[in-house]
Design a protein around this ligand. Sequence first.
Ligand code: RIB
Ligand code: CA
Length: 334
Amino acid sequence: MELRKRKLILDVDTGSDDALAIMTALLCPEAFDLLGICTVNGNRPVENTTENTLRVVELLGAQTPVIRGCASPLVAQIDPLRSRRRRLEEGRDADGDLVAYHAEYLPLPPAKGSALPGAYAPIWYIDTLMRQAEKVTLVMVGPLTNFAIAYRIEPRILDHVAEIVIMGGGLYEHNSTAAAEFNIFTDPEAAAILFECGEQVPLTVMPLDATHRANLRPCHAELFKSWHTAVGDFVGAEICERIRAYNLLQPLHEPDIAPIHDALCILYLLDPSIITELRTVRADVVCGGIADGETVFDTRHFTDAPRNCRVCLNTNEEKFAQLMVDILSRAKSR
Ligand code: RIB
Ligand code: CA
């Protein structure tokens, strides 16, 4: 299937799996004209996610602008009574060593460059989108604060958006709490605004039900490390760290797997057949209370409100892993 090249903006909270998503997008210039990468508070504070994003861009020698975004969610942290219970983000293994899904700083050389001076993601979205003649695809793989603010300031930006793909939520699978997934749980109100946008532009949601089957394994880590290059060493180490974190903190349907949640959004744009179950539904978000951040996907035949998204519910895991290896192999010698 001939893919047309699309203008793309990433929104990230880098983050180990965000890093692999950024790399796959940067390594497919035939498919993406990457206009910029917006950073947000999420896995780590926005200063860290911005530095980590810069490190990944420089690892691949790219010139893509990085735009610093929001340092905190819209309102979720204001009400002390809100259920802010959440999973463990790090722990200690049997040897007492720290294990975490996302290091404070990615194990890469400190960035030489900086984020776009004087630019802030919500305003940058408006300035950039409003001047685009061709519609832009947005892929957001962290909390959705940046675009939610941009849309509230200038709703007409949606006229310049071709499609929005977000990594977030869960139908049957959750992680931050018994009801919620991390990106949505971190800023439920921002997610509600994105689902509102889904009534006007195509919105595809990539929840944990799909991304828990987008895994890389020890064999893949060994392959990348066998390259003995900066890229191979970094990717191999991140896969191993994620496997350790999931084994210790969040055992999934089988041991020794590393879900690469965010990269699935990029691979879906490259090959939609990677998703084996996809439904058009009504999606809403619970804001506050014991189910704070829950994504409610109404899969019934007659829904209570207009359908506003396509939700991906399963993944061809072999195709995912092979495509990841194929794309990352483009940087084998770097
Ligand atoms: O729940 C998984 C999501 O939370 C991923 O985007 C990961 O990077 C974290 O942000
Ligand atoms: Ca992320």
